[in-house]
Design a protein around this ligand. Structure first.
Ligand code: SAM
Length: 225
């Protein structure tokens, strides 16, 4: 019997934000240099970057402000940053060019499918997810990226001792994340007091605005044992 195709629940809404002139020019001029097309072939990191640096995926880079700074700071690691948002892709392409970053590439696609289709098991040193969409209304909670099946997926993709670093400014989402990780015995929480931000993560504009309004930020790092 043919498999019925069920449309998966996506953790994002495809916003067709207007591209600025700079972003459009970034996409036109630099896509071929710094983006990897989505496809069925497995990512060969050492060949893509021509180096054997650590392999780190960032999911949902937004405008890419912190992504570029982190790649600059952790210059011995290689980064593949994933998002679906075209203005952000254009913005980050320009940053890669301006900063002459050799260790950062972009895939514009659903990160879940990139992990499923293009990522070898036990191949990643780390995953970064900063300020994932909180989907705060109860009826939208099912759209949250971090769910039990997602955790199973990344458990397969991370190496032993690989880490996942998540930051959020939604207390409810922070508690939800902790609960999901607690159920999965493979992870140890490294930073459960939430207050210590690893030094490589700079604060974003968005985050600073929230902090000024009295929002707290929870940084959580879990290590795969
Ligand atoms: C709230 S924004 C945060 C952006 C950025 N990390 C920051 O801190 O400013 C979340 C981003 O995640 C992206 N996103 C959500 N689910 C995704 C998925 N499954 N694959 C790729 N990107 C996703 C959205 O398009 C959006 O740009």
């Amino acid at each position: 019997m043919p498999k019925s195709k069920i449309r998966p629940i996506r953790s994002y809404v495809l916003r067709q934000g207007r591209l600025t002139k700079n972003q459009a020019e970034g996409i036109r001029a630099f896509s071929s240099l710094y983006t990897i097309p989505f496809g069925n072939s497995v990512l060969n990191w050492d060949a893509i970057f021509n180096s054997k640096g650590k392999k780190i995926i960032e999911i949902g880079f937004g405008m890419g402000h912190t992504t570029a700074i982190i790649a600059e700071t952790l210059s011995n690691s290689n980064f593949i940053a994933i998002d679906v948002y075209s203005p952000g892709v254009g913005n980050l392409l320009n940053k890669i060019k301006d900063k002459n970053l050799k260790n950062l590439k972009i895939i514009q696609h659903d990160a879940v499918e990139v992990l499923e289709e293009m990522t070898l098991d036990e191949s990643l040193d780390a995953l970064h997810i900063f300020f994932p969409d909180p989907w705060h209304k109860k009826r939208h909670n099912k759209r949250r990226l971090i769910q039990e099946p997602f955790l199973e997926l990344i458990s397969r993709k991370l190496k032993k001792q690989g880490y996942i670093h998540i930051a959020t400014d939604w207390e409810d989402y922070a508690n939800w994340i902790i609960e999901i990780f607690k159920k999965n015995e493979i992870y140890q929480a490294k930073n459960i007091d939430f207050s210590k931000k690893p030094s490589y993560r700079p604060k974003t504009k968005y985050e600073n605005r929230g902090v000024n309004l009295g929002h707290q930020v929870w940084d959580m790092v879990f290590i795969k044992s």
